[in-house]
Design a protein around this ligand. Structure first.
Ligand code: COA
Length: 323
């Protein structure tokens, strides 16, 4: 027997305001055609003033707990991945903890850009396997609309706001019972930090920070690194492409998503896509996509789901989960 993290529930939150490509093209030198052709994005949600990372993270966490049939009393740990926290401190995770009425355990934020959710899942899974926690909320919550450079049409059309969450529950499983989080693999290459970054933060004088990206370089690394991460996950579990029921990829660009689906030999209907409606919500994109596919009944009990993401850092990783 060994301790395993069961993915007991998923939830998501999207801001009320929807902004189409056509609406963006009224103030930015771009077009619906360009954005759709290069990225697959049709629209994104932008947060209102009250829709901060903590607000959205709390809503997603509530939905995940409800989906799991769990309550605040079941939560030992909250790990929240974000690049756009409400405050430098306390951690956004602790604002969520307070809002949920969780009065024990611990929480912290994790910064790994668009790979943040995979990193947070990996940390939470490690803590559950070690017997440190029995119930963990893993959240990705982002308000990239606040760090976009509206003068840079190459980046500001690509991102949206939102939050996604999962609730992990510890379970004593037989070693041959292959349920729950089967593996996570996370990687980083700091030498590639300058191809995708935010050029400031609260610790920098007079620099709130805007997102800067070399899109071509990111694209090139994304396809290679994500393919490696996927193969690594399958090899670690003695599995092949044929075992995967669903791919839930980071939602940055439909061309990267399609390339990954093809590499795995998965038909398009087995790849969960939200980028067309959400754009890139960074650390929120994978749990949001997962929550959507669970809620509409596509992904069900027993399905083998492959998650992957890559982001600024460079950071990337994968997780293999049996629901
Ligand atoms: N609307 C219209 N034209 C635009 C535009 C926009 N929003 N953004 C850029 N362009 C123009 C450029 O100015 C350039 O014009 P030029 O040829 O006259 O100089 C042309 O389109 C091509 O630009 P380029 O940046 O070379 O386009 P691309 O084919 O590389 O596509 C991305 C750009 C960003 C869509 C693509 O590089 C990409 O998807 N990269 C990966 C990004 C990513 O996944 N990031 C997140 C990782 S977490």
């Amino acid at each position: 027997m060994s301790l395993r993290s069961i993915l007991a529930g998923c939830g998501g939150y999207l801001p009320e305001r929807v902004v189409t490509n056509d609406e963006l093209s009224k103030t930015i030198d771009t077009s619906d055609e360009w954005i759709r052709e290069r990225t697959g994005i049709r629209q994104r949600h932008f947060a209102g003033k009250h829709e901060t990372a903590a607000f959205m993270g709390t809503a997603a966490a509530r939905a995940a707990l409800a989906d799991a049939g769990a309550t605040a009393a079941d939560v030992d740990a909250i790990i929240l991945a974000t690049s756009t926290p409400d405050q430098a401190f306390p951690a956004t995770a602790l604002r969520v903890q307070a809002e949920l009425g969780v009065t024990r355990g611990f929480g912290f934020d994790l910064s790994a850009a668009c790979a943040g959710f995979i990193y947070a899942l990996s940390v939470a899974d490690g803590m559950i396997r070690a017997g440190q926690v029995r119930g963990a909320l893993v959240i990705g919550s982002e308000v990239y609309s606040r760090i976009l450079n509206w003068q840079d049409r190459g980046t500001c059309v690509l991102f949206g706001d939102g939050a996604g969450a999962v609730f992990l529950r510890a379970s004593d499983c037989r070693d041959d019972d292959r349920r729950g989080v089967l593996s996570t693999h996370i990687h980083a290459q700091g030498t590639l930090g300058d191809i995708l970054y935010v050029d400031g933060a609260v610790g920098q004088p007079d620099k709130p920070g805007h997102l800067v990206m070399n899109g071509r370089e990111v694209f090139r690394h994304a396809v290679t690194r994500l393919a490696e991460a996927v193969e690594e996950a399958l090899a670690a579990n003695g599995m092949t492409h044929a075992d995967v029921d669903w791919l839930v990829p980071h939602q940055a660009n439909s061309r990267i998503i399609n390339a990954m689906g093809r590499k795995l030999g998965l038909p398009p209907e087995r790849v969960v896509v939200t980028v067309d409606r959400h754009a890139n919500t960074s650390a929120a994109s994978v749990p949001l996509a997962l929550a959507e596919a669970r809620a509409d009944g596509r992904i069900g009990a027993g399905d083998l789901v492959l998650l992957e993401a890559l982001g600024g850092g460079l950071t990337w990783g994968s997780a293999l989960v049996r629901l």
